[in-house]
Design a protein around this ligand. Structure first.
Ligand code: 5RP
Length: 226
């Protein structure tokens, strides 16, 4: 089974968790897009809180009622993808540069379900470079402070994310630095250190946030809990 078929299976399984009347957090990325499509096909009476402009456009096009995070008191269920799913459902997110809105929606949610293809499961986080969102003002200085932190954790300096069209700008107007590591031995300590830098808005370590994972595998969708 291809990775995309596994993503689709996980997204479709997650769509079955949604019930009429729910406020649903809509993740970002190719796996979350499968969830949004399967959810729209169910034609439930729900409100969707998107985690990116791209997801908002997709959901709206498919007929899902879109509201902002501040339009609701609480999100009942958020379903989102991940770049890595590690021990205890620790995650790296932000490959799609949506980590800030994703984390805000996750933290406002009663239940968070991560969906992924089997290749995303890892024994230790860090194979995927850790995205760090920073404000544009003074970002070279912020990047230097990130490099200092990386050195403390025996990691190479993070790199500013660029695409063919130039610097990658997030929906919030910020930049992304990617911290390639190979292996993050102390994710909580690293996350705290990164958050202590003034120019850092947030990072892609999602620790103690996922309540369950639905992983698409060749043998079907496997449910994991922390
Ligand atoms: C976006 C994310 C995505 O959930 C993550 O990059 C996974 O993407 P995909 O489902 O396309 O593999 O964190 O910021």
């Amino acid at each position: 089974m291809s990775a995309d078929a596994q993503k689709k299976a996980a997204g479709e399984a997650a769509a079955q968790l949604v019930e009429d009347g729910m406020v649903v957090g809509l993740g970002t990325g190719s796996t979350a897009a499968w969830f949004v499509k399967a959810l729209a096909a169910r034609k439930l009476d729900i409100k969707g809180v998107p985690t990116s402009d791209g997801t908002a456009d997709l959901a709206r096009d498919l007929g899902i009622l879109i509201v902002g995070l501040d339009d609701v008191r609480r999100v009942d269920l958020t379903v989102d993808g991940a770049d890595e799913v590690g021990p205890g459902l620790s995650l790296i997110k932000g490959g799609g540069a949506a980590l800030l809105r994703e984390k805000l929606v996750w933290e406002a949610s009663s239940r968070c379900v991560v969906i992924a293809d089997a290749a995303k499961q890892v024994k230790a986080l860090g194979r995927f470079p850790l995205p760090i969102e920073v404000v544009r003002f003074g970002h070279i200085h912020t990047g230097q402070r990130l490099a200092d932190i990386a050195a403390e954790f025996d990691l190479p300096p993070p790199r500013l994310r660029k695409s063919d069209r130039g610097l990658v700008i997030t929906d919030g107007g910020n930049l992304i630095y990617d911290m390639a590591s190979g292996r993050i031995d102390a994710p909580a300590a690293l996350g705290e250190a990164l958050k202590s830098v003034t120019g850092v808005v947030d990072h892609g370590l999602f620790l103690d946030l996922a309540d369950e994972a639905l992983i698409g595998t060749d043998d079907g969708v496997v449910r994991l809990t922390p």
